[in-house]
Design a binder for this molecule. Structure first.
Ligand code: AMP
Length: 394
């Protein structure tokens, strides 16, 4: 069964075409800089690449280019009689309504629209992708896969903020959590790999955005991102946890507007604010040359992650498995080593050689005398969206 996965952002649409249930990737690609005369369409198959620049006025034009290429006989992506049966859409915010993947109907679209107040940068674009896809793939079932869904199992004591009840009751102010598709995918991969669901696991997603989840018996029970995707760990350009009195200081004493403060904390902080680099590879290079700012930023990043590991081990009464995933988690031996340093009180001991030389796929990093399994588990959010779409269409 052919499933198209769409991740529709403000000026880009990423896509993958997968044959399910095998998960074989027919092609992947993106359109970016939608709305500019310089938009780019890129598609990659097993044996071909298309990379063109042309004006794409809006999402409809962007998605039409994707649809045309999928049908292009030269690219040979669809065999005779084959058609796309389902389109799985990444939707960032499902509020407290959606704890599972759903078929899209009018009520679902209305709800995604309503939830835009909680995710103004994401939900409107996700919805636009759905609406355009309904027009371009009328035969296919449209399916919404929510980033927040996996974290709906977080209990009330962990998902509530200690602010007046009315904000929760009236406006739904609570921890929602994000990156749920990734945390769910890697925790299920671990269960499959170990042949059982681990009782106490921590999954650490370290990419441009970073988050950490306490996964008890396969369910998310606490998570570092909260009402919005800015809390917790230090990220590429986001500060993670700060004391909220800082926000009032910036506004009331230093004269910044609320909008400017948001831009500072979300777009100019994190590793970028500390070093001037957004990409961890540049920070590692600078640190290797002794750059003090980069060394400190790496120390701060690891320190914050260690604090969360300690907290989550505490709430789960111990730990069995620690998982690293996403761009940094899968690729930075330096960060993995830093995170696991001096954690032997918890039974976390990394093997330096295994950490330096990981093989593809799931890879064990712990030393022989580590009580905790430490794993790299490559994430694959698109495959997870395709799987969930496939399951719903069965
Ligand atoms: P993601 O959001 O999962 O795509 O992760 C993107 C981030 O992963 C990049 O901004 C880099 O900081 C980081 N990254 C990717 N490759 C490497 C690498 N080989 N070493 C260190 N960091 C990496």
């Amino acid at each position: 069964m052919l499933i198209l996965v769409l991740n529709s952002g403000s000026s880009s649409i990423k896509f993958q075409l997968l044959d399910m249930p095998s998960g074989e990737l027919r092609c992947s690609g993106l359109v970016e800089r939608i709305g500019s005369p310089n938009a780019r369409f890129y598609l990659k198959t097993k044996d071909a690449e298309v990379d063109i620049k042309k004006g794409l006025a809006d999402h409809k034009k962007g998605l039409a280019v994707i649809a045309d290429s999928l049908m292009d006989p030269k690219l040979d992506l669809l065999q005779a009689g084959e058609q796309i049966r389902g389109v799985g859409h990444r939707v960032v915010h499902g509020g407290k309504v959606y704890s599972a993947t759903v078929r899209v109907n009018k009520a679902v679209k209305d709800k995604i629209k309503e939830l835009a107040s909680l995710a103004p940068l994401h939900n409107p674009n996700n919805l636009l992708g759905i609406v355009v896809s309904e027009e371009l793939f009328p035969e296919a079932t449209q399916v919404a896969v929510f980033d927040t869904a996996f974290h709906q199992s977080i209990p009330e004591k962990a998902h509530r903020y200690a602010i007046p009840n009315s904000f929760y009751d009236k406006y739904g102010v609570r921890v929602y959590g994000f990156h749920g598709t990734s945390h769910k995918y890697v925790s299920e991969q671990v269960a499959e790999y170990l042949g059982k669901i681990p009782s106490r696991m921590i999954t650490i997603h370290l990419g441009n955005g970073c988050s950490i989840t306490a996964v008890k018996d396969g369910k998310s029970i606490d998570h570092s991102l909260g009402f919005g995707p800015s809390n917790g760990l230090i990220m590429g350009t986001r500060s993670g946890d700060i004391d909220h009195s800082l926000i009032f200081y910036l506004i009331e004493e230093l004269g910044y507007s609320a909008k400017e403060v948001n831009q500072i904390l979300v777009g100019e902080s994190g590793m970028y604010g500390l070093t001037g680099f957004k990409d961890l590879r540049d920070i590692q290079k600078a640190a290797a040359k002794g750059d003090r700012k980069s060394l400190l930023a790496l120390d701060m990043m690891n320190y914050r992650i260690q604090k969360f590991i300690g907290a989550y081990a505490a709430i789960m009464n111990g730990l069995d498995v620690l998982v690293f995933t996403a761009g940094i988690g899968e690729n930075s031996a330096l960060v993995r080593e830093g995170v696991c340093r001096n954690m032997d009180y918890l039974g976390i001991k990394i093997d330096p050689d295994r950490n330096q030389n990981p093989q593809r796929g799931i890879w064990e990093l712990q030393s022989d005398d580590s009580r905790i399994k430490i794993l790299i588990v490559p994430t694959n959010e698109e495959l997870e969206i395709a799987r969930q779409t496939y399951r719903l269409l069965q």
